[in-house]
Design a protein around this ligand. Structure first.
Ligand code: HEC
Length: 446
């Protein structure tokens, strides 16, 4: 009696087990027309299409199918879409975040393991409607830029040493304005050879000399653009001149490098502006600045070796950190941002990029309601790591000593950070707003 009961119980369990497995398998049947096409259309086609920056096209099943194994590898390693930012460390709510969700990655991996099937031929995934790839990135959200500021055209040879161009252009801004968003865009093929393009705002003084007002924006390879949070003003004053500082690498870098002469290379800044008068409404100023991590002259990386830098910055007033963009060159492979609170001795991790690559520079823009708030005296702790061994895929020569400098083969150690400068009242208001929101969420009312 007892035995048969056990036997029955076991059978029931075995049946149940079999059923769940079968159900799970049925659930995991993945196809291109099922969900994979949607994931690829939404996350990959913007670059992998005619005129896009990706090396092959992924607009339909026939184009995708031959690449399935490589897609699986790049997606599983989180190398594609190209947005390195660690999961599980610090703030995860970012604007313009290209990372796939873990379940999307799992879906692609399972699909390739199953032989990358098309699925039901009658259920074709709709062809994505996308902007022209030479369009501005924010055109859908914000329309065309209000102002476009081009650099002076120049030809870039097919190969040779690094080139720089520093020059002034007029901004055509004639009243003080607040910037809503900004993108820098090298025209056409220039994107493979323009390593970075910095732009600052300068004011022409009566005696004919220039005075630096501040940074306008920063561009480095692969960067998308910057959005300034609502309610603050990143000012561009009336009569601004723009000083371009463009660094080019003839022949180009990365898989899309053309290795040819680029004629008429022009880099453009697109500016989206708030309406006139926004400055009075916006209580606080935001600025974008370069935060040096350690003195550039101190940076020395031994052949086949590693290096790490660390730097500290604090403010004499409360601030909000709106975005974080680490900067280095071919040996840099990781970066992090932490905040140290001297009041209680605690350190908070904010962001880490463990797989940093010089071909993709991202300004990691924190969602405004989670952007770090620093009381007066809290310290930004910036760290960057360098790998000069052959294990670093970007390393052109592991047997070379690498020192701090501006050439592509030298290294740099700094970060671009957008900061909203608050006062005590503004800081306390933001803290209170977040606390109220948290309480509402805890109470289930949000
Ligand atoms: C922002 C533009 C962009 C997006 C978005 C993007 N890619 Fe790419 N992809 C590139 C570029 C540029 C390269 C070549 C340089 C490199 O490998 O980094 C590349 C390379 C690849 C490669 C390697 C090709 C080779 O020959 O080695 C694969 C595979 C790939 N992408 C798949 C994807 C998939 C799948 C997605 C979406 C989940 C995606 N990419 C999203 C721009 C992009």
């Amino acid at each position: 009696m007892k035995a048969s009961k056990n036997w029955l119980g076991l059978t029931a369990l075995a049946l149940l087990g079999y059923q769940t497995q079968a159900m799970a398998q049925a659930e995991q049947q993945v196809s291109y027309n099922g969900e994979v096409g949607r994931i690829i259309n939404e996350n990959c086609v913007v670059c992998h299409r005619e005129g896009g920056i990706g090396p092959m096209h992924l607009s339909n099943y026939d184009q995708v199918r031959p690449w399935a194994p490589l897609i699986q590898l790049r997606v599983a390693n989180r190398e594609m879409p190209p947005y390195s930012y660690d999961h599980g460390i610090g703030i995860q709510e970012l604007q313009g975040d290209w990372r796939l969700q873990q379940d999307e990655i799992d879906t692609i991996v399972a699909w390739v393991n199953q032989g990358a099937p098309l699925g039901d031929p009658d259920q074709a995934v709709p062809v994505p409607v996308l902007n022209d790839p030479s369009e501005w990135n924010f055109v859908e959200q914000l329309g065309q830029p209000d102002v476009i500021i081009p650099s002076v055209s120049m030809d870039i040879p097919a190969n040779g040493n690094d080139l720089w161009s520093n020059h002034y252009v007029e901004s055509t801004i004639n009243t003080d304005r607040c910037i809503k968003a900004v993108q820098v865009k090298p025209r056409g093929n220039a994107k493979a050879v323009v390593h970075h393009a910095n732009s600052s705002v300068e004011l022409l003084l009566d005696d004919g000399s220039f005075e630096r007002y501040g940074q306008l924006t920063e561009y480095a390879m692969g960067k998308w653009g910057e959005i300034v949070p609502n309610g603050v003003c990143r000012t561009i004053p009336a009569g601004s001149m723009v000083r371009w500082s463009i660094h080019m690498f003839p022949g180009g870098l990365g898989a899309t490098a053309p290795g040819t002469i680029i004629k008429d290379n022009v880099v453009e800044i697109g500016l989206w502006l708030h309406p006139e008068g926004y400055e009075e409404q916006a209580q606080y100023k935001q600025d974008l600045k370069l935060y040096q991590i350690s003195p550039q002259d101190d940076l020395v990386i031994p052949p086949n070796g590693y290096q790490m830098t660390q730097g500290f910055h604090s403010f004499d007033h409360p601030v909000r950190i709106d975005s974080f963009q680490p900067h280095g060159h071919l040996r840099m492979n990781a970066a992090s941002l932490e905040i140290f609170y001297p009041a209680n001795g605690q350190t908070e991790q904010i962001s880490q990029i463990s797989n940093w690559s010089a071909t993709w520079h991202h300004s990691h823009i924190y969602e405004p309601d989670v952007a770090p708030l620093l009381p007066t005296g809290a310290v930004l702790v910036l760290k960057q790591w360098y790998d000069n061994t052959a294990a670093n895929p970007n390393n052109p020569d592991p047997d070379m000593w690498v020192v701090g400098g501006s050439r592509t083969g030298d290294e740099m150690t700094h970060a671009w950070i957008a900061v909203t400068h608050l006062d005590d009242e503004g800081f306390e208001k933001l803290v209170a707003e977040r606390k109220a929101k948290e309480d509402r969420t805890l109470a289930g009312n949000d």
